[in-house]
Design a protein around this ligand. Sequence first.
Ligand code: RAT
Ligand code: ZN
Length: 410
Amino acid sequence: MNADILSTVEQELSAVPFIDIHTHLFMPSLGRLGLWGIDELVTYHYLEAELFRSSDVTPEAYWDLPKREKADLIWRTLFLENAPVSEATRGVVAVLKAFGLPTNSPDLREARAFFTAQELKAHIRRVFELAGVSEVVMTNDPLDPDEAPLWTESVERDPQFHPVLRLDRILNKWSSHWQILRSQGYAVDEGAAGRSAAEVRRFLEGWFERMRPVYMAVSLPDTFAYPEESVRGRLLADSVLPACLAFGVPLSVMIGVRYLVNPRLRLAGDAVGRADLLALEHLCVRHPDNRFLVSVLSRENQHELCVYARKFNNLMPFGCWWFLNNPSIVEEMTKQRLEMLGTSFIPQHSDARVLEQVIYKWRNTRRTLAPILADKYRLLCEDGRAITREEIRRDITRLFRGNFEKLCLT
Ligand code: RAT
Ligand code: ZN
């Protein structure tokens, strides 16, 4: 019976196509922003951070190398001189295996030849199929100088890629971006005073029309406070939250980053800090008509997040983010969420930056979650309530599609 439940859960987890609600992937028409292939996989910033623990190369010397030489160095250090047992290294192995490529070659020649031969659109379809995802959600930054000009009226849409309006530059780096808004004809000033909030709202409206995002999003430091007498506090209260309400989209808040604790590591230089989730309580209390997708980066904040989700049904916890996306922590967090929230949360997102990463990240999620879900059903049976395959499918569909569809796609 127990084995039956586990295999039914495994089958249903494989059969239901998931929606990946937060990635850094791009639809093909924004193509030159999108990363894919072996050199990108091996130089993922999670692996760059690991390189400096096992090699004496300095970050400065590493950044000076061309991409291929970076990849060769990481391959040699983390895959040949050491067994790739970490989560991020094992992921690359799983991707190579998924394409039938050798996983212990002395170099990356064969893998490079394989990826170079792929046609992007067909490759995306194959990757999504291997990953068991039907759609992914992008991260689209209207103040990224490489990205913004690509969002023209005629940009080709792709129903498998949903846009998201990302607000980090506006909310976290106003001092180095307000002038860009000003140069585009918005009457904003350095202190975000006066008409600035209304003008930022007008800027968001313009981008909402152009992009049609499924939600707006921002990552926030561990010191995030709300309400707050600061540029970010004002713009959140007076521009972003009213705009989300008017457009009928949620705001995704990802809290707990300690930005660039080691600037020498660049993208790999961020760390984590425990946040004060009173900020979240205040957001939910003061803005009951807004809806919030919430991920917190610190392991120590997870239980509080579940408690807040029990208090506020405009709060949807999602994902095991970044440093939390390891089987031991995913297991702990998912059990806690199921125990406290039933199926009213979104268990995971991939955060993939390189296309093929969705293959290993979703494979790992399915593998970790199958015994956890099966165990909950086993306990339910023991306590007197049988479970059917249809109910298991309904739960999995709700967790990995329905909760998001209801919040963002309807
Ligand atoms: O997980 C990551 O790749 C991080 O670097 C961040 O991009 C984070 O996920 C974010 O969206 O800010
Ligand atoms: Zn991300």
